[in-house]
Design a protein around this ligand. Structure first.
Ligand code: FE2
Length: 414
């Protein structure tokens, strides 16, 4: 556990219980529109059923806080550890990830009862939890927020496979909003500092804060819009191998990719609010790293490095923008916020910072062991719980990932 986390956990001790409660409530609220069947299906191997998210986030608290720090705690069901451990090898064997959708039992009601059991045990033990356990509660809150976003993107992927195209929930129509003209803003050059500040919570992969060298560059004033992506398609962007990385070209051909995920040729897209006309002024979403890279080449630009992006965003307020505030459907909206709407692909591989050390204990498996074959995304999306992200935050996914709210902000050398 970093000292930064420890100091912060002490400072926020008083409001930690409140944040824990509101986080747990929001997850329940996100599951409210779902039937047991909705919450059980798994659209593909990398996504998880909503029911699994509800249970796994409870398993995290039950295992790392209650089992390890509360004497006499009795698990809700000892068999659940096998079902709801995600990838923690230190916690032993687990149910195969691609088969999470086969768990018709326990039922959604039983999973909700599991959550109540864990919540009550946490509430009862809270005032006597040692510092180390409070730090794990803080991680558990941030972990559950990540799963709130995954719950939404996974249920979108699941509902998108149903020919009836059911909406998860309605979202209010908003006034038309023309896209702002795109401009490129010069970034700082020379040696700058990146990485998490010492005075707030951060995951281990954001540490340590360190110096890095920025060369001359400029960053786009807003993310790429759906309208600009339409121009890329119309100009043969998906049919021109000169624009693509070899691996990306092979991927696009192999998977018949010719537009962002969920787009249809009739200028509509499937969303959490059902099928809707594409808002051409809104930030493009659900594109892979490969597509983002090809678009940038077509536009005479490139993707920013994560260090350029972080320095660019360091003066912005991460609590502003189109992010998740309450249970319900979400959509990227114009004009496109630096924090909010869509996560923005960077050209940077998810790799350790100089001096990186994984967190101690089983939660050391949280980030470090995934530092291979993935790219960093920065910012936040419309499905990111407000308060979760910050300039130093490092989201990461493999380059073919499209089911997240992933978009593009261009950069240039200069
Ligand atoms: Fe998890």
């Amino acid at each position: 556990m970093s000292t930064a986390i420890a100091r912060h956990a002490t400072a926020i001790g008083d409001c930690l219980a409140e944040r824990l409660d509101s986080t747990r409530q929001l997850t329940l609220g996100l599951s409210a529109p779902l039937s047991d069947a909705d919450a059980t299906i798994q659209p593909f191997a990398d996504a998880s059923p909503a029911k699994w998210h509800l249970a796994h986030t409870s398993w995290f608290f039950e295992t790392f806080v209650l089992r390890d720090h509360v004497p006499g705690y009795r698990p809700f069901d000892e068999r659940f550890a096998f079902l709801f451990n995600s990838y923690y090898d230190a916690e032993g064997e687990r149910h195969a990830r691609p088969k999470r959708g086969m768990l018709s039992r326990p039922s959604l009601d039983e999973i909700r009862a599991y959550r109540v059991h864990v919540d009550e045990a946490l509430a009862q033990a809270f005032t006597s939890l040692p510092q180390a356990a409070l730090e794990l509660v803080e991680i558990g809150i941030n972990h559950e927020q990540q799963h709130q976003e995954l719950l939404l993107t996974d249920i979108l992927a699941a509902l998108a496979q149903n020919p009836l195209e059911p909406a998860y929930a309605e979202v209010p129509q908003t006034a038309c909003h023309a896209a702002e003209p795109l401009s490129f803003l010069p970034g700082r050059t020379g040696i700058v500092k990146v990485g998490a500040q010492a005075d707030s919570f951060a995951f281990d992969c954001e540490l340590p804060r360190h110096r890095t060298l920025l060369h001359g560059h400029a960053i786009a004033s807003r993310p790429v819009t759906n309208g600009e992506w339409r121009d890329f398609i119309a100009d043969g962007g998906y049919a021109n191998p000169a624009l693509w990385l070899s691996e990306g070209w092979d991927w696009a051909k192999r998977n018949d990719v010719a537009a962002p995920l969920y787009w249809s040729e009739d200028c509509t897209a499937f969303t959490l609010a059902g099928r809707r006309e594409i808002d051409w002024s809104a930030p493009v979403s659900h594109v892979s790293y490969y597509e983002a890279d090809a678009f940038a080449r077509w536009a005479g630009a490139r993707l920013p490095t994560e260090q350029e992006w972080e320095d660019f965003a360091s003066s912005a307020d991460p609590s502003l923008g189109n992010q998740l505030d309450e249970a319900g459907a979400v959509l990227p909206r114009p004009p496109g916020d630096i924090f909010g709407d869509v996560w923005e692909w960077t050209q940077s591989a998810f790799s350790p910072y100089p001096g990186f050390a994984p967190a101690k204990g089983a939660v050391g498996e949280y980030n470090g062991k995934f530092m291979c074959g993935q790219f960093v995304l920065k910012g936040a999306s419309c499905a990111t719980p407000r308060g979760h992200s910050r300039a130093s935050y490092r989201n990461f996914f493999p380059p073919d990932t499209r089911w997240q709210y992933s978009g593009v902000r261009l950069a240039r050398d200069c």
